[in-house]
Design a protein. Structure first.
Length: 472
């Protein structure tokens, strides 16, 4: 089980300490406050941290010297600089010196919370290793690529071929196939593994905020822009930027991204200064990009820029023989994480999983195994448990046409709720049916959101949001 994240706070101002601990009070994050850079250096010698928050004010505090020294020694450790709004040292100077982010005083709790969480996540994804263990032969708590099917062997070969190179890589595959895991493996075996790994999920951020997230913004550039914000591209300078779900970018952002890839420079939202950036780009999508190009939804020139090299991740249905290894890998991992005795799984249960419709691929299989382990109560996982979990995950094929089967499924939801598992029967039923409905409409329309929205009687925006929700 991973240790709670730790943040070093270097500031003589007690208000900074108070706001920092308050910002993440509901998390397990542990804070170590010190009032000088000398004390901060001593703490870094004694223990590891996931992020550093440090005052960069002028005077005798030496925050900028600390930033430069730390960036040279430990460039992967995210450093968040803070200073008064009137301080002469700007956000640009801080980022050039190696800061992950820059915040103005007085600190805004929402911005502070966002920055700390992003820094901790960046640290975790950059440091936690991704192992390749095709046969599940080793005891390892790291995130692991498991499976020795022919399709997965092709993935491993591509990783070995592309990791040492600086080329842009496009990772393609259905939801839940492990695209982020492969992106992290590319990064960790690459020439910039000693630098940060910055990630952006383009589908998880509202369109009106995504441009600022990627490119940053200047103070006053729009309503609510109370301070200059550093974008992901600036954070990824001389590092690696992973753009997940790249197919969800609108045309305006596609054009701006194309310019960055071609010219290696951009402007912040509301800014006029050109910012030069050198980032290794890894992108991923589950969308049918070629079809989107034909329908005018994705720029062909951007696709060619992103598609310098491709890794195609196979869906679970094409990974013959990998499911037993994956199941046993997840059983071992969850047993350790949950402190439960290891259990076995019957041949019948494995056969049922191999024949099941799992549109969520490895991610869905992982969730099923976790639930099965908890439900087994220390005994072997049999086919009955797997059948129950598959019914709960979504209505089966017969449930969609057989009213009695559908009633049985709904009855099971209510029974589970009545035994104390939570009063969510209505939400689970609605979401399960809605997920299938949206999925079927998008498959029938071959990914055309406008056409699917017309058939469902919903707005295009609503269909996009629901598709993002259920594919997440």
């Amino acid at each position: 089980m991973s240790l709670p994240p730790r943040v070093l706070v270097v500031d003589a101002d007690p208000e900074t300490i108070r706001l920092t601990t308050e910002a993440l009070r509901d998390s397990e994050t542990r804070f170590t406050p010190v009032s000088s850079v000398e004390a901060g250096g001593a703490e870094l010698m004694q223990q590891s941290f996931n992020a550093v928050l440090c005052d960069l004010s002028d005077g005798d505090f030496r925050g900028f010297d600390f930033l430069k020294e730390l960036h040279r020694a430990r460039p992967q450790l995210p450093f968040i600089g803070i200073a008064s709004a009137t301080d002469s040292r700007s956000a640009i100077e801080a980022v050039k010196a190696g800061a992950f982010d820059f915040l103005s005083k007085p600190l805004d709790a929402t911005e502070l919370r966002r920055s700390l969480r992003e820094a901790i996540e960046c640290s975790r994804k950059g440091i936690e290793p991704v192992s390749i263990d095709p046969r599940n032969e080793y005891e390892d708590d790291s995130d692991t690529l498991v499976g020795n099917s022919r399709a997965m062997l092709d993935v491993y070969k591509a990783l070995g071929r592309l990791s040492p190179t600086p080329v842009t890589v496009l990772i393609r595959g259905e939801t839940g196939t492990g695209k982020e895991l492969v992106a992290r493996a590319l990064f960790q075996h690459g020439h910039r593994a000693h630098r940060p790994f910055i990630t952006v999920n383009c589908a998880a951020i509202p369109e009106n905020l995504l441009e600022s997230e990627l490119f940053g913004h200047e103070k006053g550039s729009f309503t609510g822009a109370t301070a200059t914000r550093i974008g992901k591209f600036e954070q990824a300078n001389n590092a690696t930027l992973f753009l997940d779900e790249i197919g969800d970018l609108n045309h305006s952002l596609q054009a701006k991204l194309l310019r960055v890839l071609q010219e290696k420079r951009f402007q912040r939202v509301g800014g006029s200064s050109e910012i030069t950036v050198d980032a290794r780009i890894i992108a991923a999508t589950h969308r049918p990009i070629e079809r989107m190009i034909a329908e005018g939804e994705f720029r062909e020139d951007l696709f060619y820029r992103l598609n310098v090299a491709t890794i195609k991740l196979p869906p679970l249905r094409d990974r013959t023989g990998d499911i037993p290894r994956l199941v046993n890998f997840f059983l071992k991992r969850f047993s350790r994480e949950l402190g439960l005795p290891p259990v076995t799984i019957s041949r019948g249960a494995l056969s049922r999983l191999e024949s099941a419709r799992l549109p969520g691929n490895v991610r869905q299989l992982q969730n099923l195994v976790r639930k099965a382990l908890l439900r087994s109560r220390g005994f072997s996982i049999d086919r009955e448990i797997v059948d129950e979990l598959l019914v709960e995950t979504e209505p089966g094929e017969s449930s969609r046409t057989d009213p009695d089967a559908l009633r049985h499924w709904c009855r099971k939801l209510v029974e589970d709720a009545s035994t104390g598992s939570g009063g969510e029967a209505h939400r689970l039923a609605i979401e399960a049916v809605e997920a299938i409905l949206v999925e079927e409409a998008l498959q029938k329309s071959e990914g055309n959101v406008t056409r699917a929205a017309e058939w469902l009687g919903l707005s295009r925006l609503t269909v996009r949001e629901k598709a993002k929700k259920y594919r997440g």
